[in-house]
Design a protein around this ligand. Structure first.
Ligand code: IPD
Ligand code: CA
Ligand code: CA
Length: 283
């Protein structure tokens, strides 16, 4: 998977060394923020506020972690724009050129409860396409990384999606948004999917669910209504590990305009068909 050949992303051409630099910066700042998050989990998560609904929480630690990432990026990559969940920096769409995309804590509800499936996610996108990224887990210190065309790694070891070939024995993860009405529709679609697969997981952090597909810990993952910061790093990690990834907006007539799917290559076609039949397209 390792190569030095330049990668073309729309108008930009990035060399292997530029991609490695972007990956190194992603991993460095995400690791520093993860250390802050790990410490705060022990010393106190700080004030807890709600956002889009009573169940959509944000803690002082989310804001502190995003501030740290922004400050470090300003030092290491001065002048480059940043889109972050807590401070914004543009709408949820990608601007032209290079943009850093940050979820300071993905899996905030898990963080709040101490359920150890949450992460700091940092990605570099060019014209809206992820070219490098890192997902770092505060509880374990695990570091997931990828750069486009250069493969994906967990703590320096290469990742490969599973060799699953049958949907009925595939383990598939999903997630739900924070709005009750949307959840109800998502739950109905997932209920339809449940009897077509081995089982369903809802672990609570989109970035890590995508990393789990990259590692073969899951055979597939699907979620509707994610934001760019939820998937920017994880989707690249899954793709670079050989998973088939359909980003939101790329299959509007099939799985729907707002649905993201990632799957081991041997079950991707079958999973897509099942998602269409289960009604994901109409969510
Ligand atoms: C959430 C998590 C969750 C997913 C939600 C996301 P947050 O992110 O990734 O697993 O189901 O859709 O919003 O709010 O913890 O950063
Ligand atoms: Ca998130
Ligand atoms: Ca978050």
């Amino acid at each position: 998977m390792w190569s030095d050949s330049p990668v073309r992303v729309e108008h930009a051409e990035l060399s292997g060394s530029e991609l490695r630099d972007l990956r190194a910066v992603s991993a460095r700042v995400a690791t520093e923020a993860a250390e802050l998050v790990r410490t705060r989990r022990v010393t106190g998560v700080g004030d807890v506020d709600t956002k889009s609904s009573e169940t959509d929480v944000v803690t002082e630690t989310d804001r502190a972690a995003e501030r740290l990432v922004r400050d470090r990026l300003a030092e290491l990559r001065p002048g480059e724009p940043v889109l972050g969940e807590e401070e914004g920096g543009g709408d949820d769409s990608a601007g032209a050129g290079l943009c850093w995309v940050v979820d300071p804590i993905d899996g905030t509800v898990n963080f709040l409860y101490g359920f150890p499936w949450y992460a700091v996610s940092v990605a570099a996108q060019v014209d809206g396409v992820s070219v490098a990224g890192a997902v770092v887990e505060p509880p374990s210190g695990r570091v997931w990384t990828a750069a486009r065309g250069l493969g994906a790694e967990l703590d320096g070891r290469p990742l490969r999606a599973s060799a699953a070939t049958r949907l009925e024995t595939a383990l598939v993860a999903t997630g739900f948004g924070y709005q009750a009405a949307r959840r109800q529709r998502q739950a109905a679609a997932v209920a339809e999917l449940l009897f077509r697969v081995r089982d369903i997981r809802r672990a609570g952090a989109a970035s890590l669910d995508l990393c789990a597909v990259a590692a073969g810990w899951l055979d597939g993952y699907v979620e509707q209504g994610l934001h760019r910061w939820d998937w920017a790093a994880g989707a690249l990690i899954a793709e670079e590990a050989g998973a088939v990834v359909r980003l939101p907006g790329t299959d509007p007539e099939g799985i729907g305009a707002h649905t993201l799917m990632a799957a081991a290559p041997g079950v991707a076609t079958e999973l897509r068909t099942a998602l269409v039949e289960c009604g994901f397209g109409g969510l």
